[in-house]
Design a protein around this ligand. Structure first.
Ligand code: GLY
Length: 426
């Protein structure tokens, strides 16, 4: 069977790597892929990103299953187009993907269905937004309504930061937001205290299977300082998601969301990612929904998944996820992102990457912002690589990940030294 993975990040490299391990898979195409998927003899890059042309390719190549990585393809309606042409694809429709592509849609949905989240207001008018934050005070959270590659959320610790964020999003669009119909809008919400975790499930419209839990590191710098990024590292499992918290998340957030989407006429199929804030009493609230796998969370999660991902996704697209029980490696997996100079606001491209170690069973280098040009591997985006390792404990996984990344060189490389710090302290 032939499989197509859409996207060019570390998440897609990890997905394609895992799918290629299935006995039932003969070829894995990645569109458009990156330097890592280009170098891997088990994968084939396809230089197509247009939705219609991708469906043409899938028909011509007799692709059995397409898996969507990034949100932009979902918001462009790739699932609707493939389904209309009789192609099997795993992901949400454009309407269901609004849970991620519109923060205002997601917040209204959560309010309507009683799903725990922070209080909020939505504004298109900058003067009203400024007046609202003055009235509420800081800390306060400012979110762009559209997609911004993980950079559209500002946790403002002061009123000055909050006002600046409103202007960035509503007037100057410095965060590069893909605004929804009706123009720029911000969702302003109450700051939540607690520890964050990523809770990702597979849904077939009705049945749900949870993936191993994980935790991301969104800030650029050690000690969770500096600007927000798409994610600088992740590990799995996340100890903050105890069995009790897990049960609450399923009962109070995930199942009401799946049932609510079905009731609203948008049955959810695909990966659903609830970004959680868990308070000291173990009560989870929803920070945001993503309608896809997390990046870099996918890289450690795929390292731990023992089940055949192709088989699982065939069940997911047949509506038979109730027959699936996932098997996990009991070891911890931890991934450290190496980012380009200038990331997150203006990452530099074209720097030569050298010193890559060979992949091993317990240490993999997943590529994201890389390109292969005349035999050289060059940086080609903000997050360049995610070095992911397995270990008997968080500390051992951390040690192996950092040992593995030490020989890797490129000009201006940035990475955090403390990935996994919350779990190490426990
Ligand atoms: N790592 C956060 C995200 O994928 O949105």
């Amino acid at each position: 069977m032939k499989v197509l993975v859409l996207g060019n990040g570390g998440r897609e490299h990890a997905l394609a790597w895992k799918l290629a391990q299935s006995q039932r898979v003969s070829e894995v195409f990645v569109a458009p892929g990156n330097g890592g998927t280009a170098r891997d003899p088990c994968l084939k890059n396809v230089a197509i990103t247009d939705v219609q042309a991708l469906a043409d390719f899938a028909l011509a190549e007799k692709i059995s299953l397409t898996v969507v990585g990034p949100e932009a393809f979902l918001a462009a309606g790739v699932v609707d187009e493939f389904r209309a042409r009789g192609l099997r694809i795993f992901g949400p429709t454009k309407a269901a993907a609004q849970l991620e592509s519109s923060k205002a849609f997601a917040k209204d949905f959560m309010k309507r269905h009683g799903i725990p989240t922070a209080a909020y207001e939505t504004f298109g008018d900058a003067a009203l937004a400024h007046a609202y934050v003055d009235q509420q005070g800081a800390p306060i959270v400012i979110k762009a309504d559209g997609l911004a590659a993980g950079k559209g959320v500002v946790v403002a610790m002061s009123l000055a930061e909050a006002h600046e964020a409103i202007d960035w999003i509503l007037q100057d669009n410095k965060l590069g937001v893909a605004h929804n119909e009706g123009g720029a809008r911000v969702v302003i919400e109450a700051f939540m205290q607690g520890e964050e975790a990523s809770f990702i499930v597979l849904c077939d419209g009705k049945n749900v299977v949870s993936l191993a839990t994980s935790q991301d590191h969104k800030r650029l710098l050690d000690k969770d300082e500096g600007p927000n990024t798409g994610g600088m590292g992740a590990y799995s499992p996340a100890p903050v998601v105890t069995p009790n918290v897990h049960a609450k998340v399923m009962h109070e957030i995930i199942m009401p969301t799946i049932q609510g989407m079905a009731r609203d006429g948008h049955p959810f199929t695909g990966f659903l990612y609830a970004g959680l804030m868990i308070d000291e009493q173990g009560n989870p609230r929803t920070v945001e929904f993503n309608t896809r796998l997390g990046d870099p969370e996918t890289q450690p999660i795929m390292m731990r998944l023992k089940s055949d991902l192709f088989e699982v996704l065939m069940h997911a697209t047949d509506g038979t996820l109730d027959q699936v029980e996932l098997q996990w490696d009991r070891r911890v997996a931890l991934g450290v992102v190496l980012a380009a100079s200038g990331y997150p606001l203006s990452p530099r491209k074209g720097d030569l990457v050298s010193g890559l170690p060979a992949d091993k069973e317990d240490a993999m280098v997943f590529h994201a912002g890389t390109v292969l040009k005349d035999g050289d591997l060059l940086t080609n985006g903000g997050r360049v690589l995610c070095v992911t390792a397995l270990g008997e404990s968080v500390r051992q996984a951390q040690q192996l990940a950092y040992e593995t990344l030490t020989p890797i060189q490129f000009e201006g490389k940035q990475f955090r030294q403390d990935i996994g710090h919350r779990a190490v302290k426990r």
